[in-house]
Design a binder for this molecule. Structure first.
Ligand SMILES: [Zn+2]
Length: 360
């Protein structure tokens, strides 16, 4: 956390608790300098010279940080370029969804099990790249934790950004229902996880009943909370480790805390993150563009100043007017900035649009 962010956190966080929420109001994002831009990028084929050129361009456009996927080999090439151009660089890491993961594949018992009794190891819900691990199993927690710790060893890396840090979507965003020919106005057993022996035994030990014995497990508050907590506990464990290494932890999460809890069992406003990227991909939610503002404000309200929020925007399937409007809508909130998905979609025209929107 840099000094400016620290001051801002202190102001919004502790002042609000002390009942003086306006103390540091002047620090909130009033100028473009304070409205930080992030972008997801990656690419195993890129050379150090490619990264240098890419990051030089992003810096010129006013970007603040990059979220780089591909793990250690890619990061090793990208970090020197990020340092040279004074960009924050965070490792973009997939967390619970591990399609084709070599180590995980050796442990079929690590995968999440649906209410129907199918393991995500064999039966992939919705799409072929969905293969989810169970967050409750100590072996899985250790595996995920160790993977995150491994990247924190990289000299010059500023932090870790968790993606897919959740359960499989028990309810898909509404705009995607037709794509899968589904009407998900209730939790369907084939998309409802995790009912493995470990989860059920642990839950029964705590609450005295097996979720599978319930007539409708989706209506049971304690069972719902158990799964929310299972992800929260893992995130907070990773946070402790990442912070011990002197690095930051963030996550990309579903659009608002209430939608995230309902759809993917993410209790993200409770996580010990340094900042958060709600993915307000409004078209997926079958919402209009004003959702960029409404969802951002809901997240900010629920976080109550505990950490910076950067609204994530999906560049695919958008035109210039939509990009312009989205940036203006988010700038009109107290969000700390925006993150764009992804570099491959950031064409020259969008670059110009974003720069203009920030000025205006
Ligand atoms: Zn489980």
């Amino acid at each position: 956390m840099n000094k400016r962010e620290f001051i801002k956190n202190l102001g919004l966080g502790s002042a609000a608790v002390l009942g003086a929420p306006i103390l540091f109001q002047s620090c909130e994002s009033e100028n473009p300098e304070d409205f930080k831009l992030w972008i997801w990028t990656g690419g195993g084929e890129k050379s150090e010279a490619d990264w240098d050129k890419e990051f030089e361009g992003l810096k010129q456009l006013g970007f603040y940080g990059v979220l780089v996927g591909g793990g250690k080999p890619v990061l090793e090439k990208a970090i020197p370029a990020a340092q040279k151009h004074d960009l924050e660089i965070h490792a973009w890491q997939w967390t619970m969804n591990r399609p084709g993961d070599k180590t995980a594949k050796e442990h079929p018992e690590w995968y999440a099990v649906s209410r129907e009794g199918n393991s995500s190891y064999d039966v992939r819900p919705y799409v072929d790249y969905y293969q989810w691990l169970c967050p409750t199993k100590p072996e899985v927690q250790e595996f995920v934790y160790n993977g995150m710790m491994e990247v924190t060893e990289l000299e010059g890396l500023n932090g870790v950004q968790l993606d897919y840090v959740r359960y499989c979507d028990v309810i898909l965003p509404k705009g995607l229902w037709s794509k899968y020919d589904l009407v998900q106005d209730h939790e369907m057993p084939e998309f409802d996880f995790c009912y493995c022996e470990d989860c059920r035994t642990k839950f029964k030990g705590e609450q005295g009943y097996d979720p599978l014995d319930l007539e409708d497990p989706s209506k049971d508050e304690k069972w719902r909370q158990f799964r929310l907590d299972s992800i929260t506990n893992l995130v907070n464990k990773i946070a402790d480790g990442v912070h011990q290494k002197g690095k930051k932890l963030s996550a990309s999460v579903f659009a608002t805390p209430s939608l995230a809890r309902m759809m993917v069992r993410q209790d993200w406003d409770k996580w010990n993150l340094d900042f958060v990227f709600p993915m307000i991909y409004y078209k997926f939610y079958d919402e209009d563009i004003d959702f960029m503002k409404r969802a951002t404000e809901e997240g900010l309200n629920d976080l109550n100043g505990s950490k910076p929020l950067y609204t994530a925007f999906y560049l695919a399937d958008k035109n210039e007017e939509e990009v312009l409007e989205a940036v203006k809508l988010v700038k009109d909130t107290k969000a700390n900035g925006m993150a764009f998905y992804d570099y491959g979609l950031l064409n020259e025209s969008f670059q110009k649009t974003i720069t203009e929107a920030l000025k205006g």
